[in-house]
Write a protein that binds this ligand. Structure first.
Ligand code: ZN
Length: 353
């Protein structure tokens, strides 16, 4: 909660979709007014725009009444620098079968943030999401979830492809390690399609606390992705959760394989919130002699990350704020941030809408 009292001046940072604002709030002589100025902006925010900016950032909540409208016609905060906001790609949005309004809700959440969501879709929901993606090409990229151990996994993958799906994911709860020979036909098919595959990596939740289940995290360790990426170079291999807790393995296999990236969804950014700068130890090779192939030839090690939320629709804006906090803690350059948040996947997925 932010209260600004008479005579006080506050400077604080607000993170929006594509920009960081340094905002100075100064109480005016009239106690019902406060002047709010964004860094590099010539005009004050209106109260409505200020609140919209902050809520989009998900970083701070402002008590209503603390900030009143100011004079003048302020610009739209989303294009405050006179630039179009860059597209953000959220790699990790699970289709919610329990929400009958999922598609409409998704569009409502993603549109103001200029987010394109890769919607990870169970086979039974394939038609709904395929049609939604056609109606909302700027908001939805369809990804198909298949059970890798199902006897007809290959056929399901083919059908997803025929429906215009751009890849598979999130592959998880596998009965064998990701590199098991039984799964190779699916990877061969994905390689032929030049698909993107999102793999769960690292610790996985336990669905039933009191019943036996054939699930184990070691089958989904980040280092398995190396073999898949090397044997099937046309697949873009995305690892969810950065191998949690084996971040070092994730970083290293991403470093040497141009077709591997990781997202930081899940509990990691919460677990690491007081030591976010530690991610520099994982993505450590910026400025070293080991040059590898990266998007836009970006030399920063963090370019091996992509954005993924994995928190339901309400969790997308907070996940963005968490990524931005990590960017700050690790001094990730703006160019690299843009690639992480959407630039890399916009190109890989060929997004134009
Ligand atoms: Zn996962």
């Amino acid at each position: 909660m932010l209260y600004i009292t008479a005579g006080q001046q506050h400077t604080f940072f607000v993170r929006t979709v594509d920009k960081d604002f340094r905002i100075t709030a100064q109480h005016s002589r009239n106690p019902s007014l406060v002047n709010v100025r964004g860094f590099r902006m010539q005009h004050p925010f209106s109260r409505r725009q200020f609140l919209a900016t902050i809520s989009a950032a998900g970083a701070v909540s402002v008590s209503s009444g603390a900030i009143a409208a100011t004079a003048g016609t302020p610009p739209d905060p989303m294009v405050a620098y006179g630039e179009e906001a860059d597209r953000i790609v959220d790699m990790h949005v699970h289709f919610d079968e329990k929400n009958p309004n999922f598609v409409d809700d998704l569009v409502k959440v993603t549109e103001p943030l200029n987010i394109t969501a890769c919607v990870l879709t169970p086979y039974v929901n394939r038609m709904v999401v395929s049609e939604a993606a056609k109606r909302h090409p700027a908001r939805i990229v369809p990804f198909g979830y298949i059970e890798m151990d199902a006897p007809d996994a290959l056929r399901q993958a083919e059908e997803f492809h025929a429906l215009g799906y751009k890849g598979l994911g999130e592959l998880e709860f596998v009965k064998k390690p990701f590199t098991d020979p039984a799964y190779m036909p699916v990877y061969e098919l994905a390689n032929r399609y030049s698909w993107v595959i999102l793999f769960h990596t690292g610790i996985v939740l336990r669905q039933k606390f009191d019943e036996p289940e054939d699930v184990a995290s070691y089958r989904m360790r980040a280092f398995h992705l190396e073999e898949i990426a090397r044997r099937f170079p046309k697949i873009t291999v995305l690892g969810a959760h950065c191998g949690n807790p084996e971040y070092e393995w994730a970083g290293e296999v991403a470093r040497w394989n141009p077709n591997i990236f990781f997202d930081l969804s899940g509990s990691s950014l919460t677990k690491m919130r007081d030591r976010l700068a530690d991610f520099r130890k994982i993505f450590w090779w910026t400025g070293t002699k080991w040059k590898t192939k990266t998007p836009e030839d970006d030399p920063n090690a963090f370019v091996k990350l992509v954005f993924g939320s994995d928190e339901g629709l309400d969790g997308i804006a907070p996940a963005l704020a968490q990524y931005r906090a990590m960017f700050e803690a690790c001094d990730v350059p703006i160019h690299t941030r843009k690639l992480i948040l959407g630039g890399t996947l916009t190109k890989i997925l060929g997004l134009t809408a």
